[in-house]
Ligand binder design. Structure first.
Ligand code: ADP
Ligand code: MG
Length: 707
């Protein structure tokens, strides 16, 4: 790789993007494909053949030998199966490079081992992948220079068309929000916009640790987080890492990550050190919802792959280190028309912008009515350790609007009119050489899980490792419902102006309880939220049921995003995913405690005892009280460890008595997780006193500060 990166030149060089299509495809084919992409028109088989041929030729020029239907099963990760572009051998023994329209549009990867939550049993295993032509295909090169693959983003469905993946409901929800937003715009006299698409920008947090040290931590290897570990003497209290200068090794890593992403058309833009030592963030520029979801998967995969190349390991887990800041993902979301109107843009005088006010109160209504679903969409095994841990948004959904909008809202509620908007003032720095600049009318509130940030909402609960598909499915659908109800009413109104006016006031009043601008991390908020009747759902397991409650099923079926069966299957998959993850964690703990920690402590205790004897032999007058004390303390903690370990083993033996799915998930949450915490306690105390040379794995300090 050369030293100089020409961003403009390499950006998107491996993407079958609009420019490539325009250049390569016959005009008629290009036009037809555009119609499919923009208007959802069905693609003709002959057209698909032409596109497939050109796509293959282009990919081969880029070095590709295979193609893959790239899909997102319900595992949180992506899946791929590679097929070479070859035809059956000719009589001459040669082969041709082939790729048909049929192969482009539809695949049948079988893939029956992916979770289907009962939608699919292995004996009726047909599963299909279908081309999502609205997310561009790209070539991904193996960094070792050993070949390249054409990636075709797809949706993954069962034989009966039921969604088995993240993508299918996402695309359905995008259609729902499109249709309802257009209805709303038409009511306000907009006759020109033809399509509304959610714009999504994802800020991704992650940790980097040295790979050699990582490999010595079996808990990290097996579960992605540390199951043991005492706090280092220094944490994040000095804030010297946050936004600090980026060290050379990390800088080199980031450079390679950016280069890989840019080539694949991911607009990686912002990078900085995050709050915790060893923690960083990467944010691309926002894109269309489904493309942003695909790109976020590419970001996560690229971070992992490039880290490997730099002898680093990238931890995407939400809480790799207890007591240290965890990682999340901020999901920035807005609605934008094909002709560039952002429905979330308040303009300079929001009180006069009736359409904006209606959109805003519709969103408040949606979030208030479906707070449980939004919470569920961010539920992930790892996120249970992060949400509500005084450094991430709490498990309570609320909305932060900012001073200006809150003021407008309270005018609406109290008088039914909004007569004025607070203006952003001038910011005086007091430094002559720095020009004064106009202040935003809205400050920020970092503790809010759902904050309005000028022209978009930022949902900050999402876990760092999770797919962002489901939060966006929920956002799109709940807002589509709110818009639909609103349009149902307003389309019948005799006096539109009056009706809008009344409706805004009604929604603002009914759903004001969801608005909160104070400190979301405080205990007082937990109490206040309770008084307001807002749900506080602390764990993933408790949130899953909301997918299938009647209110949710009705909404999802109304907008054709999920059927009841699909929702039930998803709930089942989530319960199982939780149980499996905690099962692995508990087994890893048992393994590490029995085979590494207890033997190490025994060695240490034995060494202490031997030392006491030897010192006494040398001189009966010598003081061995330090060794004696340590011996007593270490032995006591050793006993405590063994007892807690046995308890965990016993509890784990009870798993099999519970039915798979919900019952097991609850058992893991209520019985196994506390037993794990009890085992961790004495071990972390032991780590503080046992000779470092004898401790069987690198410490938090080694992992966080020696990268
Ligand atoms: P922050 O506001 O969190 O400091 P940025 O303003 O840089 O950071 O935006 C964070 C993310 O939000 C980026 O991915 C950015 O592209 C995205 N973003 C900006 N404007 C919008 C918008 N209107 N809709 C959706 N995402 C947006
Ligand atoms: Mg942000």
């Amino acid at each position: 790789m050369s030293d100089v990166i020409n961003v403009a030149e390499i950006f998107g060089e491996n993407v079958f993007n609009d420019a490539v299509m325009q250049e390569r495809l016959p005009k008629k084919t290009y036009k037809e494909l555009k119609k499919t992409i923009e208007e959802g028109k069905e693609l003709q088989a002959t057209t698909a053949d032409v596109i497939a041929h050109e796509m293959k030729e282009w990919a081969i020029e880029k070095g590709a030998t295979h193609y893959t239907h790239w899909f997102q099963p319900l595992t949180g990760a992506t899946a791929e199966k590679h097929d070479a572009f070859i035809s059956p051998p000719l009589p001459t023994g040669k082969v041709l490079m082939e790729f048909s329209g049929k192969e482009l549009i539809k695949g049948e990867p079988d893939a029956s081992s992916f979770p289907s939550g009962g939608l699919r049993s292995t004996f009726e295993a047909r599963g299909y992948t279908a081309w999502d032509c609205t997310s561009p295909a790209f070539v991904k090169k193996n960094p070792q220079g050993t070949g390249a693959i054409l990636y075709i983003p797809t949706a993954f469905c069962s034989y009966k068309g039921e969604a088995l993946d993240q993508k299918t409901p996402l695309l359905r929800s995008m259609e729902a929000i499109d249709r309802q937003s257009i209805r709303l715009l038409r009511l306000f006299g907009n006759t020109t916009s033809r399509k509304v698409t959610p714009s999504v920008g994802i800020e991704q947090e992650y940790f980097l640790v040295d790979r050699d040290k990582y490999l010595k931590r079996k808990d990290l290897v097996f579960t992605g987080r540390t199951l043991f570990g005492a706090m280092p003497p220094k944490g994040q209290e000095l804030d010297d890492h946050y936004f600090g200068a980026i060290r050379e090794r990390i800088g080199a890593f980031m450079r390679d990550v950016n280069e890989e992403l840019w080539k694949m058309g991911v607009s990686a833009k912002t990078q900085h050190n995050e709050v915790a030592p060893g923690q960083h963030e990467l944010a691309p520029i926002y894109a269309k919802c489904n493309v942003a979801v695909d790109h976020n998967q590419l970001v996560m995969e690229t971070l992992k792959q490039v880290a490997y190349r730099h002898n680093l390991h990238c931890l995407l887990h939400e809480k790799p280190f207890a007591g240290v800041n965890g990682s999340g993902k901020h999901n920035n979301w807005s609605l934008v028309t094909d002709d560039g109107i952002n429905l979330m843009d308040p303009g300079k005088t929001p009180h006069e912008n009736i359409q904006f006010l209606l959109v805003m109160v519709c969103i408040l209504r949606a979030v208030d009515m479906h707070a449980e679903l939004l919470r569920e969409s961010a539920a992930d095994v790892g996120n249970d350790q992060r949400l509500g841990a005084h450094e991430a948004p709490p498990a309570i959904i609320s909305v932060y609007l900012g001073e200006q909008l809150e003021d407008v809202l309270s005018q609406l509620v109290s008088t039914g009119e909004a007569a004025h908007s607070l203006k952003g003032g001038k910011l005086h720095t007091g430094v002559k050489t720095i020009p004064d600049f106009a202040m935003d009318a809205t400050d920020r509130n970092r503790t809010s899980p759902f904050a309005f940030t000028g022209n978009k909402f930022e949902f900050r609960m999402v876990g760092s490792r999770d797919s962002v598909a489901s939060p966006n499915v929920i956002l799109n659908t709940i807002v589509a419902e709110s818009f639909a109800d609103t349009c149902d009413y307003l389309e019948q109104a005799e006096d539109f102006e009056m009706a809008v006016h009344d409706l805004i006031k009604k929604y603002a009043t009914e759903h004001q309880r969801i608005v909160f601008s104070g400190n979301g991390y405080s205990e007082e908020w937990v109490e206040e939220a309770k008084r307001r009747g807002l749900p506080n759902i602390r764990t993933m397991v408790e949130s899953i049921q909301y997918l299938c409650d009647e209110k949710s099923v009705q909404m999802f079926e109304r907008f054709h995003v999920f059927s009841r069966a699909e929702l039930e299957s998803r709930a089942e998959i989530k319960y199982e995913a939780y149980a499996k993850a905690v099962n692995i964690e508990a087994r890893s703990m048992i393994d590490i405690a029995s085979k590494h920690i207890i033997p190490a402590v025994i060695r240490y205790v034995t060494a202490l005892a031997t030392s006491v004897n030897q010192v006494h032999q040398a001189s009966s007058l010598a003081d061995t009280s330090v060794q004696d004390d340590l011996l007593v303390e270490a032995s006591r903690l050793l006993t405590e460890t063994k007892t807690a370990l046995q308890k965990l083993v016993d509890v784990m033996n009870g798993v099999g008595d519970r039915a798979e799915g919900k019952e097991q998930a609850y058992y893991f949450m209520e019985q196994v997780v506390p037993a794990m915490e009890n085992l961790r306690k004495p071990v972390d105390e032991l780590e503080m006193i046992v000779d470092k040379n004898m401790w069987p794995m690198p410490s938090y300090g080694d992992l966080l500060f020696e990268v």
